[in-house]
Design a protein around this ligand. Structure first.
Ligand code: PLP
Length: 355
């Protein structure tokens, strides 16, 4: 029986998720995010295709990480854990901090010093995490977090925790429920590669359960300066403006390659320049504000479209992984300055070009 009101992804998709008793579920009503059909930008890119945005920025902490975190933290609580730890480029720490607060347990987060967006840092601090800025990158921080979780009674909630991937796959269920089928193409940013793995698992399980008849081709995009999967080697010093995907040695590397190969998709790199212009284009044409890492999906679609990749009628779903307000500094950087105007009506009208 479906619950009468919406109470998060675990209760909604229970039959597809690891078992858990109601009393242990830690949820902030994550999931149930909108699938928004493109009204304008598809016409500029290719009027013959359909584009939908799965706007994961509307989760409780502003990113898709909440889907995985509700599952991971609920399981940790059921197992009697009193503390969680993660390494994070920002959004995992925001979600871990919030779900730990709700569960009434401790959270420890390791973030790369100076390389996390301001909004995300404020979330981890606000929810009462012990926030440690590591003088290294994400990959270094993950090694430390992993070791601590193996030696002490602290649960690791990075996406190497299998419950994270389980929770995250529910986004593909929502898309399939809404479209009545899988899209032809599903486009995602690839950082640690947990989400592309999760979506692919979700689509496959839904097909097996007879809920859909088709599977999408998975298209993943990495930032050119942080593209280990594309280059087929670890990137020691990953760099990109899109801090959420600034990762040189993805934890789910092989699973992402498998998702690509099984689905007949691809994983490619996109330059920071292109992802930033897609970031502004999306905000200005669709009224949707996502973070730079999320916009790599639109940049990737544009890149493929230039090569004549899509055919008439193709349905493309792009996951917009995080909310634009997470990273106001980059938003201001790609925009023009506010106009300073003297405090009189005439000056305002002149600036408006009405007189
Ligand atoms: C975590 C994150 C990603 C990368 O997802 P992976 O599962 O690590 O590939 C992309 N965008 C945003 C906004 C994120 O928070």
């Amino acid at each position: 029986m479906q619950p009468r009101k919406y109470e998060g992804i675990i209760k909604k998709y229970r039959e597809f998720l690891p078992e858990i008793d109601d009393e242990f579920i830690i949820s902030i009503n994550e999931g149930n995010t909108p699938l928004i059909k493109s009204r304008n930008v598809y016409k500029i890119i290719n009027p013959d295709i359909e584009i939908y945005f799965k706007y994961e920025g509307l989760n409780p902490t502003g990113s898709f990480k909440d889907r995985g975190m509700t599952m991971a933290v609920s399981k940790a609580v059921a197992d009697g854990s009193k503390a969680i730890i993660c390494a994070s480029t920002g959004n995992t720490s925001a979600a871990a901090a919030a779900y730990a607060a709700r569960a009434g347990i401790k959270s420890f987060v390791l973030i790369p010093e100076g390389k996390i967006a301001m909004g995300k840092l404020s979330q981890a601090l606000m929810h009462g995490s012990v926030v440690m800025q590591i003088q290294g990158n994400f990959d270094d921080a993950l090694i430390i977090a992993k070791e601590i979780s193996e030696e002490f009674e602290v649960t690791l909630v990075n996406s190497v925790n299998p419950y994270r991937i389980e929770g995250q796959k529910t986004a593909s269920f929502e898309i399939a429920d809404e479209l009545g089928k899988a899209p032809d193409y599903h486009i995602l940013p690839v950082g640690n590669a947990g989400n592309i793995t999760a979506y692919w698992n979700g689509y496959k399980e839904y097909k097996q359960a007879g809920k859909i008849q088709n599977l999408p081709k998975m298209l993943g995009f990495q930032a050119a300066g942080a593209a280990p999967i594309v280059l087929n080697h670890i990137v020691k010093e990953p760099h990109t403006i899109a801090t959420a995907i600034r990762i040189g040695n993805p934890a789910s590397w092989q699973k992402a390659v498998k998702a690509k190969e099984e689905s007949g998709g691809l994983i490619e790199a996109v330059t920071d320049e292109d992802l930033l212009s897609a970031y502004a284009l999306l905000a200005r044409t669709e009224g949707i504000f996502c973070e730079p890492a999320s916009a790599i999906t639109l940049a990737g679609l544009i890149q493929l479209n230039k090569r004549g990749f899509f055919k008439k009628g193709d349905v493309c779903v792009l996951t917009l992984t995080g909310h634009g307000l997470k990273d106001p500094q980059n938003a201001i950087k790609v925009s023009s300055e506010p106009i300073v105007v003297p405090c009189d009506k005439k000056s305002v009208l002149k600036t408006m070009e009405l007189i």
